[in-house]
Design a binder for this molecule. Sequence first.
Ligand code: T5A
Ligand code: NA
Length: 213
Amino acid sequence: MIKRGLFILFEGVDRVGKSTQVQALTNHISNVQKLQTKSLRFPDRTTPIGQIINQYLQNATNMDDRALHLLFSSNRWEARDSILELLNNGTNIVVDRYSYSGVAYSAAKGIDFDWCYACEKGLPKPDLIFYLTMSSEDATKRGEYGGERYEKLDFQKKIKQIYEEKLVDQPNSKQTTWKIINANRPIDEISNEISSIFDSEFKNIQSSPIGKL
Ligand code: T5A
Ligand code: NA
């Protein structure tokens, strides 16, 4: 019987190094562990819904905040079947942002947290979430910061607060889905820590069923 793939997610505010680490972990899983793996990102800007989101992010269009939230959520729902198919066929997926970004960014604009979360209920649940974190001031010093709509310091601080107070598991809770990673270190140091967490949890997770949000 084929063993299912793992759903690994990276979350965090803008510029903490998610895409960099998604690539590093994907390489580790395929080249070191020799396992089937694929990386995905949200928003997926290649679909028709993703193109509308892209225009908004590049400041080309304005939109009602709730309408935008529903588009971000739809952009995940339209990927649901292919995510499940990959996992059930034994492919590990390493994902750059998902439902928690959706909730954190919309709630930071003042939309009701539970309303934001409701749209995500029923989507495939990540097995392991790497939450990359560093001070918002230091993140603003990273390359190309400020190009997109949300890259403003005060807003980034609000998003960070929502992640850390309402989304990330409490450090000593029994649930250990979230791994808090200090992102203000050299790239290799971070990726080594993440790879070894993956290696030590891989087998355990594989024998559990795919969950739902
Ligand atoms: N959004 C998203 C919502 O509002 N709702 C949603 O539902 C979703 C899914 C686009 C925006 O959409 C919002 C959130 C976002 O504002 P995006 O496409 O993920 O989301 O945004 P990007 O601009 O692609 O990515 P980020 O800004 O989030 O950056 P990353 O991926 O965290 O950082 P990365 O790896 O690209 O690195 C940034 C820079 O820092 C350097 C890199 O080389 C790069 O120059 N760097 C480091 N430098 C020093 N030390 C390290 N350890 C470093 N790691 C990386
Ligand atoms: Na990115």
